[in-house]
Design a protein. Structure first.
Length: 525
């Protein structure tokens, strides 16, 4: 088997394994949406040990003498628009004005009829679910609203303030002793109980990324919908740095600033909406603050909220994540000067070609030499027929004399494969490239080309490249097989990846021509 064949087969196998891993690995099925979205109740512990007393069910919340008027209050800042209800002092709407859904309207994170950030208070050995309990509005302003209620003589206050930069909310929770004698604690819970809306045109792909997550110490624990549906899913205990729920591109996360989060219960609301209930200690009066991140899964924004929150944005294999971050930094730097993301990808591809040109040039030149010495190698094999050791020695001497290396053609491809895979992860999952347009029909480079123009052009360019490279008659079939094989694989790939590989192939044709012109013929013996 010649070096060229080994190179092609190696590339074939690498792409096959990678694509099989990405597309053939078991994924959670997209379940049918419930008829009417409803907020899921906050999980309530079956038992609360207090002075030897065991409670089988949570106590009902005492009703006020007269039902309070349900009020709705809205706030907006830096592209974030939110609405609250005094019923449960809950978040009922969250619009991201700078990000559009398939219908062209701003992304709405909270499902219709849902509510988030419900509170459960434990006091006097009982648990009180306040997610549907009426609060009064104690204060309202342009960027702050305060809700209050009383339960078992305790004063419960929830204050929401919009964070700078539209990063989300700062939730202040106060549970203070009042006229009653009920003991506060040992815990209270804040819950995201309604899941998140699907925001993408390809709903199935979006649902595949749905899930709940929690940072346990320095370990990020993530559960997809399939795992969350298991009835025996255990509560996560330990030092919880943050918890939340996510879609493919967006995140709602609860990040305690004061107080100590000791457990988190992940689950499902209905069949497709991940939930997360965060438990914090309450061994007396509670005055805690919790940052609520509401927005895109973007490294820069997440790091502004908490240094470790940006780990949510890391995708793919761990060994590729640092490469992905580096590539994203380069792409965003280019994008600051070139607003069109298609041109950014073309420029990036050209830069990669320039960086790897010395290595590629050496490899291609060596491959050209390998082609030129084929007649001499056949002559050696005939001359020393039956003496394999002599053939090997003479072949190595021939390689050395003419500067040929049978493995040099593989190296440039192998080195560039991690960049290709990292770019695949970025184009498939990175918010910066979501709905990034190029020209005409290519309105979103993060999804497949709707008319398959780029995969076809990529296949044609690859065919031309292979035609220039392969001269061995035994390898002619690969000239036709590989371009078709790659074009078929790329049909479902992001259009941006097609554009990158098409540019790469076109530039490779130029490299091949340069090698052909500059490579001198073999000296006559």
């Amino acid at each position: 088997m010649t070096a060229n064949t080994r190179t092609i087969l190696a590339l074939f196998l690498i792409f096959g394994v990678f694509i099989a891993f990405q597309y053939l690995a078991p994924k959670s099925q997209a379940p049918k949406a419930p008829d009417k979205p409803q907020a899921a109740p906050i999980p309530v512990p079956a038992e609360l040990p207090v002075a030897g007393q065991t409670l089988a069910t949570p106590a009902p919340v005492p009703k006020t003498a007269e039902p309070a008027e349900i009020r709705e209050l809205a706030m907006a800042s830096d592209g974030l628009a939110v609405r609250f209800s005094s019923l449960g002092a809950a978040l009922t709407e969250c619009r991201l004005e700078r990000y559009l859904g398939p219908d062209g309207r701003p992304v709405q994170l909270i499902p219709e009829g849902g509510s988030a950030l419900g509170l459960e208070v434990q006091a006097g050995g009982r648990a009180f679910d306040l997610s549907q309990h009426p609060y009064s509005v104690a204060e309202e302003g342009r960027d702050k609203v305060v809700f209050e209620t009383k339960i078992e003589g305790l004063l419960v206050r929830k204050s929401y303030t919009v964070l700078e930069g539209g990063l989300g909310l700062l939730l202040a929770v106060e549970i203070l002793p009042g006229s009653g004698e009920a003991r506060i604690g040992p815990r209270y819970r804040i819950s995201w109980g309604c899941g998140l809306n699907s925001t993408e045109k390809d709903r199935k792909q979006d649902l595949n990324a749905f899930g709940a997550l929690a940072m346990l110490g320095d370990e990020l624990v993530t559960d997809n919908l399939k795992k969350l549906a298991k009835p025996d899913l255990a509560e996560i205990d330990g030092n919880i740095v943050y918890s939340g729920v996510r879609t493919k591109y967006f995140l709602a996360a609860m990040v305690p600033q004061t107080g100590r989060a000791v457990s988190v219960k992940q689950g499902l609301a209905g069949q497709e909406r991940a939930t997360s209930a965060l438990a914090l200690t309450a061994q007396g009066p509670v005055v805690d603050s919790i940052k609520i991140y509401l927005g895109p899964i973007e490294h820069r924004r997440l790091a502004q909220v908490h240094p470790g929150l940006d780990r949510v944005a890391d995708t793919g294999w761990k060994w590729l994540q640092w490469i992905s971050r580096g590539i994203l930094s380069i792409l965003t730097a280019i994008n600051r000067a070139v607003p069109n993301w298609g041109l950014v990808i073309i420029i990036f591809s050209a830069l990669m070609k320039l960086v790897f040109f010395p290595l590629t040039y050496t490899g291609m030149k060596s491959m050209k030499r390998m082609q030129q010495i084929q007649p001499k190698m056949k002559k050696l094999q005939e001359q020393y027929k039956g003496d394999q050791a002599r053939i090997s020695r003479e072949t190595m001497a021939l390689y050395k004399k003419h500067g040929a290396n049978p493995l040099s053609g593989c190296l440039p491809l192998l080195i560039q494969m991690p960049i290709f895979f990292a770019l695949f992860q970025l184009l498939s999952n990175t918010i910066e490239l979501r709905q990034a347009s190029f020209v005409l029909w290519l309105a979103d480079l993060s999804v497949k080309d709707p008319y398959y123009v780029l995969p076809v052009l990529m296949g044609i360019a690859m065919f031309i490249q292979q035609k220039l490279t392969v001269v061995d008659p035994k390898q002619k079939m690969m000239v036709y097989i590989m371009p078709v094989f790659m074009a078929v694989i790329f049909l479902s790939m992001p259009a941006g990846l097609n554009l990158y590989w098409l540019t790469n192939n076109v530039l490779s044709i130029g490299e091949q021509y340069l090698i052909h012109v500059r490579t001198q013929p073999l000296p006559q013996d």
